[in-house]
Design a protein around this ligand. Structure first.
Ligand code: CAA
Length: 286
């Protein structure tokens, strides 16, 4: 076990509750932090349901479920929540201003030797680190949805991330039964640099009438053995998130091969964001 026992997760959305779930299940005392108490309550319910699912599938015992829930607490007070941590993992929406504010708060209130990690999928770790007085102890820890199931963690080195921070976080990922992969701080890292242009191209196929959404997904599930087709996956991730990442790739790499498909933009403008709004490339029950 690494020296880090106390962990905070900031942001109780889908990624945040999944990250808190795996830390608690692997022996960490976890404080889940959010400004919204209702979201915290909903996150704990989701974690309970997902732990139940793992018990039902014999992945964990009911004792492990209880111990994980005992190790989990919540607060709306960020300063208090990070006062004793060895690690804080931020998983709030992908807005630069919000990240800057949160990392400023974490930097002021977490112990000096604590590591501050971001689950960002598209914002530069070097930029996030520059919002703090401890850039050597800031790093990317990029998990994948659903976090309890997906075994990858991209461990992203910012320009000034230290070797010690990198080694600690890679070791922690292994303790969580994840596979850490070392990635440099370039737009989209590896995951979204490769995934998002594929999704964007699938949207171009819809727009140009190459095939309908069902058939495009069937080509990729049956032809390439992907567990989900690119359009189902886009709906799962959120079309707003996909568009945002394409915009980051386009702007920061400056190559028109990353231009977002106009149909992707149109759906986002119309509020058809995928599963979370009940409508994306496919329709979902409420
Ligand atoms: N918590 C715990 N267990 C869960 C779970 C959760 N939230 N969600 C699913 N599971 C478990 C199920 O219980 C099931 O367990 P068994 O294998 O023991 O039966 C297993 O996961 C598979 O789930 P299902 O049977 O319900 O459904 P499925 O076989 O269709 O798999 C899936 C669902 C795992 C999501 C699969 O479709 C998949 O891998 N899809 C691709 C997901 C993906 O690409 N994610 C990355 C998105 S990109 C991202 O996150 C980062 C970014 O920056 C945008």
């Amino acid at each position: 076990m690494s020296r880090i026992q106390q962990t905070a997760v900031v942001g109780a959305g889908t990624m945040g509750n999944g990250i808190a779930h795996v830390f608690a299940l692997h022996g960490h005392d976890v404080t889940l932090i959010d400004v919204d108490q209702d979201r915290l309550d909903a996150a704990v319910t989701t974690i309970e349901e997902n732990l139940n699912r793992q018990v039902d599938k014999d992945k964990i015992g009911s004792g492990e479920r209880e111990e994980a829930l005992d190790r989990l607490q919540t607060t709306t007070d960020t300063a208090e929540g990070v006062a004793d941590v060895g690690l804080a993992v931020e998983a709030v929406p992908e807005e630069q201003e919000l990240k800057a504010e949160i990392f400023g708060t974490l930097d002021r209130h977490a112990p000096d030797d604590a590591i501050l990690a971001s689950n960002t999928s598209s914002i530069s770790i070097t930029w996030i680190a520059a919002q703090t007085e401890r850039p050597a102890r800031v790093i990317g820890m990029h998990f994948f949805n659903p976090v309890p199931v997906m075994t990858l963690v991209e461990v992203v080195r910012g320009q000034r991330t230290s070797e010690a921070t990198f080694d600690t976080v890679s070791g922690l990922a292994e303790e969580l039964d994840k596979k850490p992969v070392e990635v440099e701080d370039y737009p989209g890292f590896v995951s979204n640099r490769v995934l998002m242009p594929m999704i964007n191209e699938a949207v171009f196929c819809v727009m140009e009438g190459v095939a309908d959404p069902d058939d495009i997904d069937t080509v990729m599930t049956l032809g390439m053995n992907h567990p989900m087709g690119p359009l189902t996956l886009a709906d799962f991730i959120g079309l707003d998130v996909c568009l945002h990442i394409m915009e980051v790739l386009h702007e920061e790499l400056g190559d028109d091969k990353y231009r977002p498909c106009p149909l992707l933009r149109r759906k986002v403008t119309a509020g058809q964001l995928g599963r979370k709004t009940g409508e994306g490339f496919f329709s979902y029950d409420a």
